[in-house]
Design a protein around this ligand. Structure first.
Ligand SMILES: [Fe+2]
Length: 294
């Protein structure tokens, strides 16, 4: 467990970050996958000072942010799981369930194969991948001594994305709202819902006094300089990707060739453990969203 600030801790393997906000009564932010949650559970069981987890906060409905839920619910049976109304609706769709099961199993296999996990946890109990509590902009989850974690809508990456702000530590938890960090200091822009909304969300999040950015994956920016560099880089990375896609479309390149180029450029690091077909589909959303705006 790494203490990032008073009442803000992070666990996980760096590819899947799990944040604990609160000292005695706390919120667990992020759910990751079965593999991520298994790693988290081992770390948690070895911890001496464990706050009582009151809420598990689902940041959005993508498979790598929800499939850890059953394992986390086993660990924290008293906790209530909260998500945006849109995420709750998406998670209730039967059509999505096989997609989640398959993607989660793919990551688990890749983790075991690459020695990141000693053995595979049991199959995913998909009917437990759901949230009983809806939270939206303006709502707060209360942690110890009346301190609150404020819920913020953060669309652009997905329509169901949330961010959460913890004023007492100036910590902003953004999940994937500002991009996915990949090796070599690169940022993978992830405006899978909409380019303008994505940039608007980043601009909005940037307005909050922030000392910690709780990203869903990768290194956590801490301190004013790192935080402002992080957000600036997010905006630049999105604009660079937009220009690249627009350029290729203007030259008359096929969508398939653009998607392949983007895949090779952006699907690296932790994302190379994700199912290629799913990532191809996500990357093709970037092309679609640039086309929509041309
Ligand atoms: Fe995501």
């Amino acid at each position: 467990m790494t203490q990032l600030a008073d009442r803000v801790m992070v666990l996980g393997n760096g590819n899947f970050n799990y944040f604990i906000v609160g000292r005695e009564e706390a919120v667990l932010i992020e759910c990751g996958t079965s593999a991520g949650a298994d790693i988290f559970a081992r770390q948690w069981q070895a911890e001496k000072n464990r706050p009582r987890i009151k809420y598990i906060l689902v940041m959005h409905s993508h498979f790598d942010h929800v499939c850890g839920l059953p394992r986390l619910k086993d660990l924290f049976p008293q906790a209530q799981t909260a998500a945006s109304p849109a995420a709750r609706k998406i998670l209730a769709r039967d059509k999505l369930k096989p997609v989640l099961i398959q993607a989660d199993a793919y990551v688990t296999d890749a983790y075991v194969r690459n020695g990141l996990l000693p053995d595979a946890p049991g199959g995913l109990d998909i009917d437990r991948v759901q949230a009983e509590l809806a939270v939206a902009e303006g709502d707060s989850l209360i942690v110890d001594e009346g301190l609150q974690l404020d819920i913020i809508e953060a669309p652009g990456h997905s329509p169901c994305s949330l961010a959460a702000y913890f004023p007492s530590a100036k910590a902003m938890f953004i999940s994937d709202a500002a991009g996915y960090q990949i090796p070599d200091g690169l940022r993978s822009p992830v405006f899978f819902q909409d380019y303008d909304l994505y940039r608007e969300t980043i601009r909005r999040l940037q307005q909050y006094p922030t000392e910690i950015v709780g990203v869903g994956h990768g290194e956590i920016p801490v301190g004013h300089d790192q935080v402002s560099q992080f957000y600036n880089r997010s905006m630049e990375a999105a604009a660079e990707a937009f220009d690249l896609i627009k350029d290729r479309l203007d030259r008359g390149q096929s969508e398939q060739s653009i998607v392949t180029e983007l895949y090779d450029r952006y699907i690296k690091g932790a994302m190379s453990y994700y199912p290629p077909d799913l990532m191809m589909g996500s990357v093709s959303m970037l092309v679609k969203n640039v086309k929509n705006r041309m």
